[in-house]
Design a protein around this ligand. Structure first.
Ligand code: ADP
Ligand code: MG
Length: 725
């Protein structure tokens, strides 16, 4: 325990400590030191009052222009109104029954005012602000005098119970008692990048003498955030790679060779080279932990399937984990189809060197499940497809060699730990993670930094283009009719049509409580209407999250099978079809109330069409107004089919905190200055340095300060995780 872990109560007194804890969750010296100023007010430079918006909580530096005191009309008492100014704009500041303020509120004095901006009869005001005037006779407040003696005044995120200058005063006490503190960043690294040490940085960010101080402090503290995060990730990587795994050498195995020979297309260069990376990983005696990312339709599933076949060739088993039952069932179906007779071991016409693909889902009948489990335990099934429950349940494998995780979101460190129990004699299976959406490089380095990353950057050749149009139904109501005509034409050509709605229907929450807006389209209502009117001559089906897994599976089967008697031509569904659904004959994707969906989501859904050599069309139906932000998002989606570009844009439109939160829980609170999307250089540099430090000293025996900094961060992160769960 160091001075940094000291509770603030003893240092600052109970009242201040309590206010800090309540407002910001600040409890220790370390917490407080990490509460950085939001900006700095410079003596003599007044805040720009015109830029403040209604409802905003602000701390402004302004000058008093005039003061008036008048009696209230209805009640006893007085109102003091001061007009404060930055030289151009004005704000009205009012106090009720605080006659004593007349003494200090005099025209020409300046100070800090903190409160919420509101509009009172067309006049912008700060009602009952907290304020402190700069020294000029407020000798009765020596603390304020000292705090504002400097030329640069830090402005902290403040709250109703604790002001910016109270935080500033608290910071001064802490900084004065801090003494020397150790630096988690090794001296060599600091010197290499010309960064200041930690104690200096903390002093300079909280008590700068110039804006250059602030700059230098920020640079250093930002690097520290990146460095500590990368050190944690490097440690995890080192930990994994020191575990034992069985080497799975598969060079030229019959199953993979035969499969490749039967492929109706040639592999892309990326598929070949990433395939080789994976085979090399599998042949090592430490577990692989690799992430394969690529745009929708880039052929990730195929890469994963080839890895699974290689493992079966070497005598092991592979498990494929899908995030939902619908996807598990579908993976099972498409893998079985792609393998053909190679998946029919033991059956008539099955290849001798073939295997079986087992499916395990929670909703299977007991007898079916029992048979599948038997095949898994005997090793009869080389490939096992299921949901994540597969590794949590007591499913026993004969020899689990590889786990493929489709879609990373819900697969964290805990799940990876659970894998240990699945493998034999203390070894770990190899792990391959496939993301559903492309992620910008810096996010990948930050969130998946404990995995090796392979990126499929090209789409297979000859891929039919997907055209996307925005259909603004509010401006041109006739467009809607045209959409259904188009759907009917596609069906006439033997193609399939997806229609996505934001709601299920009737009795769900409505998704829309604002009575003035027209209600959002719902699966049940729209399907009923289309089947009764515009699409009465085709077969319309529905799919949504309230159906049982059997029902969903049945619907997907009927939609996928062109020739089934009970086939479905047009599927009206919720976003359950968002990820990974593969129906090659689907050519049209209609998304109703498209403005209700995020960019990445729209891109995912659009990727469901144009997969089978037929050109795809995606129609984004919206009643949002021309020029509105949501219309611009839709226009962006329509303008490019580059998923990396869109995901970067998507992330930029969200708040930084949500960026990491959206991809994986945790890992947010430790980042205060680092902006993951913008600080690519810092992250890359920090990653190289952290790798070097951990490489030389994996347990950090020679770096105790770094070790305890990381422990503090990991604790913070897991609390975060618990709060979310
Ligand atoms: P992803 O999982 O990356 O979205 P998939 O692996 O599902 O993409 O591939 C999409 C479609 O492209 C599938 O129908 C697949 O069979 C096909 N495909 C994969 N690789 C190739 C290739 N090299 N050439 C042509 N088609 C391919
Ligand atoms: Mg896929």
């Amino acid at each position: 325990m160091t001075i940094l872990d000291t509770n603030l109560t003893g240092v600052l007194g109970g009242k201040t400590a309590k206010a800090l804890s309540k407002a910001f969750g600040i409890n220790t010296v370390d917490d407080l030191l990490h509460h950085y100023p939001r900006r700095y007010a410079e003596r003599g430079k007044l805040s720009d009052l015109a830029s403040l918006r209604d409802g905003e909580s602000v701390t402004v530096l302004a000058e008093i222009e005039s003061v008036t005191v008048r009696a209230m009309r209805a009640r006893r008492g007085s109102i003091l109104e001061a007009i404060i100014t930055d030289g151009k704009g004005r704000l009205s500041v009012t106090f009720f029954n605080q006659k004593w303020r007349e003494r200090e509120f005099r025209a020409g004095r300046s100070g800090l005012f903190s409160g919420e901006i509101s509009d009172y009869r067309g006049k912008r005001q700060l009602a009952h602000p907290q304020c402190v005037l700069f020294p000029e006779g407020i000798d009765d407040d020596p603390e304020a005098t000292a705090a504002f003696a400097g030329a640069i005044i830090p402005v902290y995120p403040a709250s109703g119970t604790i002001t910016s200058w109270q935080i500033q005063a608290a910071m001064r006490i802490v900084l004065d008692t801090l003494g020397e503190i150790d630096d988690p960043i090794p001296v060599g690294v600091l010197e290499r990048h010309g960064l200041v040490d930690r104690a200096t940085a903390l002093r300079m960010i909280h008590r700068p003498e110039s804006m250059d101080d602030v700059e230098a402090a920020r640079e250093r503290l930002k690097f520290e955030e990146a460095f500590c995060l990368q050190a944690i990730l490097a440690q995890r990587r080192a930990e994994f790679s020191s575990m034992p795994a069985t080497a799975r050498e598969s060079v030229g195995g019959p199953l993979l060779t035969d499969f490749d020979a039967r492929l109706p297309f040639t592999l892309t260069d990326g598929q070949v080279s990433i395939g080789q990376e994976i085979f090399d990983d599998l042949a090592a005696t430490h577990p692989m932990h690799r992430l394969v990312q690529g745009d929708v339709g880039s052929g990730k599933t195929l890469v994963a399937l080839r890895a699974m076949l290689a493992v079966v060739d070497s005598g092991g088993q592979a498990a494929l984990l899908a995030p939902t039952e619908v996807l598990a069932v579908q993976h099972h179906r498409s893998i079985t189809r792609m393998l053909g007779e190679l998946a029919q071991r033991g059956q008539l016409g099955g290849a001798d060197h073939g295997t079986r693909v087992a499916l395990l889902t929670g909703s299977q009948r007991t007898a079916t499940r029992r048979k599948e489990l038997l095949d898994v335990i005997t090793g009869e099934a080389g490939i096992v497809v299921g949901t994540h429950a597969l590794i949590q349940d007591s499913v026993e494998f004969r020899d689990l060699a590889l786990v493929v995780v489709d879609e990373q979101h819900r697969f964290g460190v805990e799940q990876r730990a659970a894998l240990a129990a699945k493998s034999r004699n203390g070894t770990r299976p190899h792990v391959l993670v496939m993301t559903a959406t492309p992620i910008p490089r810096t996010i990948a380095m930050t969130v998946f930094g404990d995995l090796d990353i392979s990126t499929l950057s090209e789409l297979p050749a000859g891929r039919s283009p997907i055209t996307t149009h925005v259909v603004p139904v509010s401006e041109k109501p006739t467009h809607a009719a045209r959409v259904w005509e188009r759907a009917s034409e596609e069906v006439a050509h033997g193609h399939r049509v997806f229609i996505v709605c934001p709601r299920i229907g009737d009795d769900d929450d409505g998704g829309n409580l604002d009575a003035e807006e027209s209600p959002l389209n719902s699966v049940i209502d729209l399907a009923e209407r289309l089947q009764g009117l515009e699409l009465s001559h085709v077969r319309v089906g529905t799919l949504h999250g309230r159906m049982s897994p059997e029902e969903k599976d049945d619907i997907m089967r009927r939609f996928a099978d062109v020739n089934a008697v009970d086939g479905i031509d047009v599927l009206v569904s919720t976003t359950v079809i968002e990820v990974g659904v593969d129906v090659p004959d689907a050519t049209l994707m209609v998304i109703m109330d498209a403005d209700r969906f995020g960019i990445s989501q729209l891109h995912q859904m659009r990727g469901r069409v144009g997969r089978g050599g037929l050109p795809g069309l995606c129609l984004l139906v919206t009643s949002s107004e021309n020029g509105s932000p949501s219309r611009e998002r839709l226009a962006a989606v329509a303008s490019t089919i580059d998923g990396f570009e869109l995901s970067q844009l998507d992330l930029e439109l969200r708040r930084e905190g949500d960026v990491l939160g959206a991809v994986q829980s945790g890992r947010r609170s430790s980042l205060r200055l680092l902006e993951v999307l913008r600080d690519e250089d810092v992250i890359a540099r920090a990653r190289a340095d952290a790798d070097e430090v951990i490489g030389e000293d994996p347990t950090l025996a020679a770096h105790p300060t770094l070790l305890s900094a990381l422990a503090r961060l990991t604790a913070e992160e897991s609390t975060d995780y618990l709060e979310k769960a």
